[in-house]
Design a protein around this ligand. Structure first.
Ligand SMILES: Cc1ncc(C[n+]2csc(CCOP(=O)(O)OP(=O)(O)O)c2C)c(N)n1
Length: 200
């Protein structure tokens, strides 16, 4: 089975120009270990709501690609998120769920995907026909690249091992990340406004 860090490493160079939102814990620490950037926001505490944060950003900034790195436990906590995704279908949102079948960041308790619940099936039934499950780095990279090129909402469920970094606390504080991300969004908005003014 593949490891999430290898998936992140495989697509790290492709997420320079989008807004990236992650859940807290292992994913956030792994992405930061590859190198933090001002376009990355690691949502702390509000488990389940990275997808909703990504949806809000995608709807507010339709010209901007938004990538969410989610977890199975978080998604299971906010299953209604799929139905809201399906209702608004933002064309610029790429939803990646790393399904390690566990709440790894709090000790590894098994989630419902370990007993057969199928997140791709749930996403499809909620109204996201492009949902797909991947099992290899090649499949993951291919699905991610297609999603980044495409103009359709997609949820990619990557089946990964329940392994992560040794620690989840990083040097970047929540507030620092929050203000940096906000400034980054403001910069994009200013530059978009300038483009519109230039084109008359
Ligand atoms: C509302 C709420 N409940 C519980 C927690 C504690 N918590 C933090 S991370 C986490 C596990 C997240 O699991 P998953 O989304 O599967 O990601 P993984 O840790 O496996 O990468 C939990 C239970 C929280 N932060 N907020």
């Amino acid at each position: 089975m593949i490891e999430r860090i290898d998936c992140l490493r495989a697509v790290y160079s492709r997420i320079n120009d989008c807004l990236v939102v992650t859940i807290m814990g292992a994913v956030a620490a792994e992405l930061q270990s590859l190198g933090h950037r001002p376009n990355f926001f690691y949502l702390q505490h509000a488990m389940g709501l990275a997808s909703s944060t990504g949806l809000g950003l995608a709807l507010c900034m339709p010209e901007q690609k938004v990538v969410v790195f989610d977890g199975d436990g978080s998604v299971l906590m906010n299953l209604g998120g799929f139905t809201t995704f399906a209702r608004y279908r933002p064309k610029n949102l790429v939803h990646v769920i790393f399904d390690n079948q566990s709440l790894l960041s709090v000790g590894g308790f098994p989630t419902a995907t370990s007993t057969g619940s199928d997140l791709e099936g749930i996403a499809r039934a909620a109204g996201i026909p492009q949902a797909k499950t991947v099992h290899t780095i090649e499949e993951f990279t291919c699905a991610f690249d297609d999603a980044m090129r495409g103009h359709e909402l997609i949820s990619i469920v990557a089946k990964v091992e329940a392994v992560g970094p040794k620690g989840y606390v990083t040097e970047l504080s929540l507030l620092e990340n929050r203000f940096q991300f906000k400034r980054h969004i403001e910069k994009i908005r200013r530059s978009n406004r300038r483009e519109i003014e230039k084109s008359g």
